[in-house]
Design a protein. Structure first.
Length: 72
């Protein structure tokens, strides 16, 4: 979808947001590994953690879907 933050033709502020989205994905994966019930839990997640992950995932999925639609 041409969203690589390393692209030289992307504005620096857009690069910063895209890099942040990459960090969010990594953070969600880490939270899932430490707090998910499919592994031995190191931490019990609070409701706010679940809300953070769900809302972040929805925002990212919406952005990716809209980008895909715009590129068609």
């Amino acid at each position: 979808m041409n969203l690589d933050p390393a692209r030289p033709d992307i504005d620096n502020t857009v690069k910063q947001v895209l890099s942040g989205l990459v960090s969010i994905v990594g953070g969600i994966a880490g939270m899932s590994n430490k707090m998910g019930d499919r592994h031995a839990r190191n931490h019990k997640p609070a409701k706010r953690h679940a809300v953070l992950v769900v809302n972040s995932s929805k925002t990212l999925a919406n952005f990716l879907f809209e980008t895909l639609q715009a590129n068609r």
